[in-house]
Ligand binder design. Sequence first.
Ligand SMILES: *Cc1c(COP(=O)(O)O)cnc(C)c1O
Length: 284
Amino acid sequence: MSTSAASTLPHPSLDRLAELQENLSEIRARVQAAAPQNQPKLIAVSKIKPASDVYACYLNGQRDFGENYVQELEEKAELLSDIKWHFIGTLQSNKAKNLALTPNIYAIQTLTSAKTATALNKHLLPSRATPLNVFIQVNTSGEDVKSGLGPLTSAPTPDSPSELLELVRHVISSCPRLRLQGLMTIGSLSESLSSKEKENEDFERLRTTRDILQEVLRKEFPLQQTVEGGTTGSERWGEGGKLLLSMGMSSDFEAALHAGSDAVRVGTSIFGARPKKGQAVVAS
Ligand SMILES: *Cc1c(COP(=O)(O)O)cnc(C)c1O
């Protein structure tokens, strides 16, 4: 890793380095065991944890990190390079510019509106080598406190329009600097058995939504079709013609992987419990 000022590199203590190395190898082994074929991506969710923790994981080969707060992400991204940053927090269109200009921003996982998509697209630098990946957040559990668009249970028709499909079309046809990589959900998170079952239903719901959407996209934006901006359909959405699923956190990532997740977002099981927001020290 190179930084603008080497002296600001946030070195972890040797104890913390060893602790995070152990936690990371355990989670990697569990991910691998739960999805031996799939090679899912492990995103280390470092929100409210110091940049030295991110660097410790980096030294252990971790490159994908998730952050929830725009300012915290900007501060860490200034300190640390050669990282793929995933924004996974609540996204407001007035923060789109900051996110678009954050160094090494790799994916926005919480897109829910055309307005924000347009703002991101507008502020991304034309000099970016690759489009910014976006995931659309789907509220699979139907809880009011979760953001996200409604899931699909059947193919949308002109009589049953889908907000989700409208946003997908907007990203693919009007936002050439974005690439729709997939769908993301949080799902229901409580610990009781009945909600564990419900949680699995949420993962199934995201998968069904993805399957339906993918069918529509294969017709509307087939792989070789040239769309506005001169890129092909395959570059505008998915990976190899497949929309990815981002689902699964510390408490449920194995269930999510069994349900077909392509990317899990794990915080607590790697970094330990989080202090309340406000007590965080970004660059200790
Ligand atoms: C905080 C957060 C995570 C990580 O949660 P853990 O339970 O700490 O693993 C994953 N996804 C989102 C959207 C989050 O906000």
